[in-house]
Write a protein that binds this ligand. Structure first.
Ligand SMILES: Cc1cc2nc3c(=O)[nH]c(=O)nc-3n(C[C@H](O)[C@H](O)[C@H](O)COP(=O)(O)OP(=O)(O)OC[C@H]3O[C@@H](n4cnc5c(N)ncnc54)[C@H](O)[C@@H]3O)c2cc1C
Length: 334
């Protein structure tokens, strides 16, 4: 079995940036990606413009050229895929890492996938925070017309739909649906609707403004929510903020209330998991991003350094250190 210097798990912006840095540092590296290159971005709504500016998304300055000020899902995805291909980054797509074990005989780790086993001196886990969409855990939530991901509006034109959620993803989905002619209701907690603090996850101003226009036009309805009671065939039953029971007609419902990372593999490898503001995160050093298990590193959206800008920036700081440490070990062994 070949000994890698660095095995990177996940090919989102963090994993791609890490692969780029590992290549530049001359490391023998490999990326394992269970889905597609940029899989999280692939699952953004079709045509969705991102909120970040170009300089926050680029892997090389001046290389991303969207048609408008900010790129769409398609432009961003195409840019990252092209980057991986043009730089010939070593990424195995469709291969999920399932287990990390210590390999004391080789002073490193073994990583299993359903296809193969790999040996690596260091592991960088960049698996993101989208593994488990959050659920309301109410009756009917498993019905086929209740979705935890919004893809596109066109199947719902002229039909009644309900979006449940208070963050940007829910607001954006409601906006897309209303703009494309679905009879849309956004069911949102009063505290979320009244939240204007961008640091506390308020709906972004450039989503809120057109959303309010749709409300004025009567093409989007807001229901201030206490809680959802049930999803049924063609309806959503809920209790409003005023305590009234309400039954909304809905051919489809979208529950968009955030997601959580899957930390099982890290936990089984002995990494400590800590509670943080929004979800559990692995324990790691804030400078090196090395976890409490020496040789296992983390980067990207499931750390405190969230969003694409930081997902790209952190590997640039830590991979050269991993490379320097590797050179030291190899030199000492020689
Ligand atoms: C609709 C939407 C719009 C957004 N817009 C923006 C924006 O404008 N700007 C911004 O900064 N952020 C935005 N975000 C958030 C952004 O997508 C994340 O911050 C970013 O993707 C984090 O990158 P990452 O590499 O850490 O994780 P991800 O991009 O989530 O990548 C993780 C990768 O790991 C893979 N993976 C997971 N488990 C395994 C495993 N066991 N084995 C192998 N592979 C695995 C996944 O398939 C995935 O490809 C948006 C999110 C959503 C949902």
């Amino acid at each position: 079995m070949e000994q890698l210097d660095l095995l990177i798990i996940g090919a989102g912006p963090a994993g791609i940036s890490a692969a780029d840095c590992a290549k530049q540092a001359g490391l023998n590296y490999l990326v394992l990606e269970r889905g597609l290159i940029g899989d999280t971005i692939y699952h953004y709504p079709v045509g969705c413009p991102v909120f970040s500016t170009v300089d926050e998304l680029e892997l090389r300055e001046g290389a991303l050229h969207p048609a408008r000020e900010k790129p769409t899902r398609e432009e961003l995805l195409s840019y990252y895929v092209r980057f991986c291909l043009d730089n010939d980054l070593k990424i195995n797509t469709g291969e999920e890492a399932t287990q990390i074990d210590r390999d004391d005989a080789h002073d490193g780790f073994r990583v299993r996938t359903p296809r193969a086993k790999y040996r690596a001196a260091a592991i960088l886990v960049c698996t993101g925070a989208m593994a488990h969409p959050r659920r309301l855990n109410v009756k009917g939530e498993d019905l086929p017309h209740v979705h935890h991901l919004f893809v596109e509006a066109y199947p719902y034109v002229r039909h009644p739909v309900v979006v449940v959620g208070g963050g940007n993803s829910a607001a954006e989905a409601a906006l897309f649906l209303a703009e494309e002619g679905a009879r849309t209701t956004l069911a949102i907690l009063r505290s979320d609707w009244e939240n204007r603090d961008p640091k506390k996850g308020a709906i972004k101003a450039w989503v809120r403004a057109p959303l309010e226009k749709q409300i004025e036009r009567g093409t989007l309805h807001i229901v201030l929510l206490n809680h959802v009671e049930e999803f049924g065939e063609g309806f959503v039953r809920l209790i409003t903020d005023d305590g009234e029971q309400m039954r909304l007609e809905a051919v489809a419902a979208f529950v968009l209330i955030g997601s959580d990372p899957d930390l099982t593999m890290l936990e089984r490898a002995g990494v400590n998991i800590l509670p943080a503001e929004t979800f559990l995160i692995p324990e790691y050093d804030s400078q090196t991003f090395e976890t409490n298990i020496p040789g296992i590193y983390v980067a990207g959206h499931f750390t405190r350094a969230r969003h694409i800008k930081e997902a790209i920036a952190v590997p640039r700081r830590i991979v050269p250190r991993i490379a320097a440490r590797r050179t030291q070990v190899v030199t000492q062994a020689a």
